[in-house]
Design a protein around this ligand. Structure first.
Ligand SMILES: Nc1ncnc2c1ncn2[C@@H]1O[C@H](COP(=O)(O)OP(=O)(O)O)[C@@H](O)[C@H]1O
Ligand SMILES: [Mg+2]
Length: 253
């Protein structure tokens, strides 16, 4: 059974189809990339998988359960987390606070429960701290943990955005252009983090423009163009596909 199954999903905005009958499967532990020109529907695909938009047609299943109409909150709780193309952090809070807040909002016990089961809630709090500190360590954000996010350089903020998604302990991590606008060195670091995240057993769906990176690290690649999947397969196969070369690489066939 595929971990994520998108079946014939159509998403339209006032007559414009951002996604037309898009189908995709991701197996547990895979690193799958989605590429395509600007406006191809890549972010829209993540929007329907994470419940930000509900498709007019089609179905989405995660670990065998239908999530097509589920809310973002429900979907996060089931184990799908997302790092946004436009960084969605609280700039007036520190790195540590952003990560703790993310974990609290989605995973922590409610206040009422905290009152009733104080011991249990306290245990949960210790566990939250430990998990967040581990992620800070893992993403090499130690020097910035008490820094306000708004004061951090762009490349570091992108890294914090990925860390925020990781703080939700996802089984499936959706990354929307996590390397966009980064320096070469920052990109190399991000690639290393993504590979380590995958090596720890988390499934990764990556939207990325840098084809070198995509071809290097992906198990499989999907190519979107005008809201449709025009190719799918292992990187070397997709790179040879004529439609892909025409649509995406701008190569004359
Ligand atoms: N909220 C929205 N309202 C109207 N149109 C949208 C919205 N989101 C996406 N679109 C349109 O859907 C298409 C796909 O956009 P998007 O998924 O952001 O593409 P990509 O991420 O591949 O650049 C574009 O034509 C875009 O203008
Ligand atoms: Mg996008």
């Amino acid at each position: 059974m595929s971990q994520l199954r998108v079946e014939s999903v159509t998403l339209t905005f006032g007559g414009v189809a951002a996604l037309s009958a898009v189908s995709l499967r991701v197996e547990r532990g895979e690193l799958v990339s989605v590429i395509g020109p600007n406006g191809a529907g890549k972010t829209s695909l993540l929007n329907v998988v994470s419940g930000f938009y509900h498709p007019q047609r089609g179905h989405i299943f995660f670990e065998g359960q239908e999530i097509t109409r589920a809310s973002p909150h429900e979907i996060t709780k089931r184990g799908i987390a997302r790092a946004f193309q436009n960084i969605e952090l609280f700039s007036g809070l520190t790195v540590l606070e952003n990560l703790l807040l993310a974990r609290h909002t989605y995973l922590a016990y409610g206040l009422a429960q905290a009152g009733v089961f104080y011991g249990k809630a306290l245990g949960k709090e210790v566990e939250n701290r430990r998990a967040v500190e581990e992620i800070i360590d893992f993403m090499e954000l130690e020097p910035y943990r008490k820094a306000l996010v708004g004061n951090l350089p762009y490349g570091v903020r992108k890294r914090v955005e990925v860390a925020r998604a990781l703080a939700l302990s996802p089984k499936l991590l959706l990354l929307d252009e996590p390397m966009a606008g980064m320096t070469l060195e920052e990109k190399e670091d991000m690639v290393r983090f993504i590979l380590e995240i995958r090596a720890q057993g988390t499934t990764v769906v990556l939207i990325e423009h840098d084809l070198g990176v995509v071809m290097d690290i992906s198990d499989r690649v999907y190519v979107l163009d005008f809201g449709q999947v025009i190719a799918e397969g292992p990187p070397e196969e997709v790179a040879q596909n004529r439609r892909v070369q025409e649509a995406y690489l701008g190569v004359e066939a």
